[in-house]
Design a protein around this ligand. Structure first.
Ligand SMILES: Nc1ncnc2c1ncn2[C@@H]1O[C@H](COP(=O)(O)OP(=O)(O)OP(=O)(O)O)[C@@H](O)[C@H]1O
Ligand SMILES: [Mg+2]
Length: 210
């Protein structure tokens, strides 16, 4: 369980998130809201990439300040925008991420399985420079899923995907959410709603369950 207690985030004098308190339960948690509302900002806070301006986050009741380093190895974060390295292959990229996460030998097997599940199996040994936007998007999701994290923060994992591929990807995320706390943003909200996701609206700096 991820807990936010009085979390605020400002950039300079501009307040983006104001005094948010919420428990994100295990399973699917869907962030919706207008562009610029602060969804990605909230995901960056949850994934330790940024710190709140005030307030606290807790992972299983332990404050981020005491578990931040450990949590970084255990969570999966798929940012909305990523600059992937161009000169390595998909599987080489995942092997690199697995090493950074401190995952063991089984991680390469898992990486190949995830690539297969995401429909990237045939391209795994191709250099990323030749990959399409949708393929790169799925690779960003793949690195987040490596190591089967208990906390997944996924920013627009179904963007740039055709309907069929997006369905395949969202099914995989729904499956992962059986054993994890997943917080995601997506324009494919109907699918996740049908899967019983908690819907949370981010607007005017606050988070409202709906
Ligand atoms: N590093 C930063 N410095 C200054 N302002 C920022 C920074 N990051 C985000 N912002 C501002 O914070 C606000 C929220 O941005 P954020 O990317 O979190 O919105 P979002 O809800 O994810 O939008 P979208 O649906 O378009 O992805 C925006 O006004 C943005 O300009
Ligand atoms: Mg965003």
């Amino acid at each position: 369980m991820l807990t936010l207690s009085g979390v605020s985030k400002s950039y300079g004098k501009r307040a983006i998130l104001t005094d948010i308190s919420h428990n994100f339960q295990s399973g699917l948690n869907l962030l919706v809201g207008p562009s610029g509302a602060g969804k990605s900002t909230l995901l960056r806070l949850c994934s330790t990439v940024e710190k709140p301006s005030s307030g606290k986050l807790f992972w299983n009741d332990k404050p981020y300040s005491s578990v931040r380093k450990k949590l970084r190895f255990e969570l999966g974060y798929a940012p909305q925008i990523v600059d992937l390295p161009q000169d390595v292959t998909g599987i080489e990229f995942l092997a690199h991420i697995a090493a950074l996460k401190g995952l063991g030998k089984g991680s390469i097997t898992q990486a190949n399985e995830i690539l297969e599940q995401l429909g990237l199996g045939p391209d795994a040994k191709q250099r990323i420079v030749g990959w399409s936007g949708g393929m790169r998007r799925r690779l960003v999701l793949a690195q987040a899923l490596l190591g089967s994290p208990k906390l997944l923060a996924l920013d627009e994992p179904t963007a740039e995907l055709d309907r069929e591929t997006a369905k395949r990807v969202s099914d995989l995320i729904s499956h992962a959410s059986k054993s994890a706390t997943v917080i995601l943003t997506t324009h494919l909200s109907e699918h996740f709603e049908a899967q019983g996701a908690a819907i949370l609206r981010v607007a005017d700096g606050v988070l409202t369950p709906s």
